[in-house]
Design a protein around this ligand. Structure first.
Ligand SMILES: [Zn+2]
Length: 165
């Protein structure tokens, strides 16, 4: 059952995406056709996780250092995008990016099943990150992107440097 479904999905992709050229990054990635394994299913179900361990560790450090911030603060003019940790007065936007979802060069992986879909999905995520950085930059914000794998102390230092700059 599963094998037939994967073959069908692969056929669809090869018909719609020309192989010779780099496919454009779409604004909207179609819904995943279905989880191919419990692990992938679990990962998909936590797609937009709030309060990840990495983010909590960073926030606790910053708070202990006397810094105050807003959590999940809306990106101005973008209803569906939020800044993980926002320093509104200093206009510093901190994003704690998960290694999988944001394509960390050290830990970013792509599930083997539906790899075409995942390539598109993860490329779209990165494109959206860049677009968010650009939007915030135009509005005078400084963007600090922290990888999930980064040491919280090192990340907190980078954030403080951005605030006091
Ligand atoms: Zn990583």
């Amino acid at each position: 059952m599963r094998r037939a479904w994967v073959a069908a999905a692969g056929t669809t992709v090869s018909q719609t995406v020309p192989m010779a050229v780099e496919p454009p990054v779409p604004q909207h990635v179609p819904a995943h056709p279905g989880a191919s394994s419990p692990a992938v299913s679990r990962r998909m179900s936590t797609a937009k996780r709030r309060d990840t361990a990495a983010e909590l560790a960073l926030r606790q450090l910053l708070h202990a250092q006397g810094l105050r911030y807003r959590v999940a603060y809306p990106v101005p003019g973008q209803r569906r995008r939020t800044i993980d940790v926002a320093f509104t007065r200093a206009r510093v936007a901190v994003f704690v990016d998960g290694c999988f979802w944001h394509g960390c060069p050290e830990h970013g992986t792509r599930p083997r099943s539906n790899s075409d879909w995942w390539t598109t999905k993860l490329a779209a995520n990165r494109a959206r990150d860049l677009d968010t950085d650009r939007l915030l930059g135009e509005l005078g914000w400084t963007v600090v992107r922290v990888w999930e794998h980064e040491e919280p102390d090192a990340a907190a230092l980078r954030v403080r440097q951005a605030i006091t700059r």
